[in-house]
Write a protein that binds this ligand. Structure first.
Ligand code: ADP
Length: 500
């Protein structure tokens, strides 16, 4: 019998990737290609949608070739993607009318301020679970409609399509037959009501966006249609779509309510499954749709830390403390503790739960005895302190204290960091053997939809932890350290505001 595979497309902010999984959830082949980041003005970030598609289609062909597979052996295709990034294209020609406006782009920040001054924050939060911010799609769509000549009139005539990156890829993969997005991506637009699970007329009016440009909202795991593009000679069912963090949550098997995962990459992304109802946050976290499958919707609370692993990059490239990020572990381990040094990595402000764009990085508690080892140790601990703050905000919101956390991302190879996180947050840390949680999540959604895998229980028997870390430290000592950290955070807040 011929082997069978599932193909996951993982369209990220800096590169497009494709991963081929076999029925044991093992990675058979992988391909990755970076693409151009465009910064036309300070604070603006754009991608060329055609380059997103060309790199994505290149890596998908390449991964299937590397796997030694034939397209007839690919039983399903799943998509996961950078979220919120906004593309508008011509329905008839499939040509984008403007570049993709990336989630990081701040051009609509002032418009968001205006809406905030009108007192709309709470109304928007109630419906969408999100904070009113330029990060999400709605204000980016509006910007394109108002700034590309003729766009608004064409949109009103039904000639244009809006999509997040999942929508764009599905459109291209099906030769323009499918204009869809899944619930998890829809829930990041500021236009989607997470209670009714539908586009919201009041929000569309508020942001002045014509309904005709919106995609149809579909579940995260279902057969949406077959591919219809020259790159895929024998059509494959497209059967899974989810935003990257939601896909990682599923790939980490955080299926039960109150299970959580943290991704330690450039930033840190903490997500907690809150079960079948949205849990509105009182602590500056986002409530979002995790996924929809088998007619059921799962929700999550989410908190993002802007500077995670990238503080280690800064010690490496900016301060030249070491030549590879992995060396941070040995240097930090060469001292017993940070020697009283606290480092607050607020290099680009602070994210959840502080949301202070004016906070700036701080290294405090330096004495004559302080060395690069102490500072490196403080930097690694700071990653853990930031995650701990979000985990505690989640516990305050839900009244539930997690005892476990699953982890992925580049920085989780650092054992000292993982042990400190376990000690500090008093959780068992589970590091999986398959580290590609995001791609795996997309593959699982697609594979479950076509019956390649039959249940999440079956998948649970295939996926094993690589290593676990359990709390070893004295909780009172950890509490003392936490107080010191919060004192340091206090010194970093509002810094840029005051110095202007
Ligand atoms: P992303 O997907 O956000 O680009 P990755 O998941 O590849 O990032 O993680 C890379 C980040 O993790 C970098 O910022 C790097 O400095 C950090 N990192 C990688 N290895 C280690 C390590 N052993 N210890 C600490 N940080 C690390």
């Amino acid at each position: 019998m011929k082997p069978k595979y599932v193909l996951a497309l993982d369209q990220g902010t800096t590169s497009s990737r494709a991963v081929v999984f076999n029925s044991r959830c093992e990675i058979v082949a992988m391909s990755q290609r970076p693409f151009n980041q465009q910064f036309p003005h300070p604070g603006w970030v754009e991608h060329n949608p055609l380059e997103i598609w060309s790199t994505q289609s290149f890596v998908m062909e390449n991964a299937v070739n590397k796997a030694g597979a034939d397209w007839t052996e690919i039983v399903a295709l799943g998509i996961t993607n950078q979220r919120e990034t906004t593309i508008v294209w011509d329905r008839a020609t499939s040509e984008p009318i403007y570049n993709a406006i990336v989630w990081q782009d701040r051009r609509t920040a002032e418009y968001c301020d205006t809406l905030r001054e009108q007192g709309l924050t709470e109304r928007i939060r109630e419906k969408t679970g999100l904070i009113l911010d330029a990060y999400f799609s709605a204000t980016k769509i509006r910007w394109i409609l108002d700034n590309v000549p003729g766009a608004r009139i064409r949109a009103e005539r039904g000639e244009l399509c809006f999509g997040t990156v999942d929508t764009w890829l599905t459109w291209r993969l099906t030769g323009g037959r499918l204009h869809v997005t899944d619930v998890s991506n829809a829930s990041r637009t500021l236009l989607f009501n997470i209670h009714t699970l539908a586009w919201d007329e009041e929000l569309l009016d508020l942001f002045d966006i014509p309904r005709s440009i919106l995609p149809k909202v579909v579940p995260s795991s279902a057969v949406y249609g077959m591919t219809e593009c020259p790159q895929i000679p024998s059509p494959v069912p497209i059967a899974g779509i989810a935003g990257d963090q939601q896909a990682a949550l599923f790939g980490q098997q955080c299926i039960e309510p109150y299970s959580a995962k943290t991704t330690y990459g450039t930033g840190c992304f903490i997500m907690l499954n809150t079960g079948d109802k949205p849990h509105m946050s009182e602590n500056n976290l986002l409530a979002t749709v995790a996924w929809q499958r088998n007619g059921e919707t799962a929700y999550a609370l989410e908190g993002s830390v802007f500077v995670g692993g990238s503080i280690i990059q800064w010690l490496r490239d900016g301060l030249k403390f070491f030549s590879s990020s992995a060396d941070s572990e040995a240097l930090a381990a060469s001292v017993e503790d940070s020697g009283g040094v606290c480092l607050v990595p607020a290099l680009t402000g602070l994210g959840a739960p502080y949301w202070d764009p004016y906070a700036r990085g701080t290294i405090i508690g330096i004495t004559r005895g302080t060395t690069s080892a102490h500072i490196t140790r403080a930097a690694l601990e700071a990653i853990a302190f930031q995650v701990d703050d979000v985990v505690r905000a989640m516990a305050a919101d839900t009244g539930h204290t997690s005892t476990e956390m699953r982890v992925d991302g580049g920085a989780v190879s650092n054992n000292l960091l993982m042990q400190f996180q376990s000690d500090l947050t008093n959780v068992k840390i589970i590091r999986p053997a398959v580290m590609e949680s995001t791609a795996l999540g997309a593959a699982l959604f697609a594979g479950l939809a076509v019956g390649f895998w039959h249940s999440t229980d079956e998948i649970g028997t295939l996926l094993r932890p690589e290593r676990t870390f359990t709390p070893q430290a004295d909780p009172a000592e950890m509490e003392r350290r936490r107080r010191l950290w919060h004192k340091a955070v206090g010194r970093s807040l509002h810094w840029a505001e005051q110095s202007e």
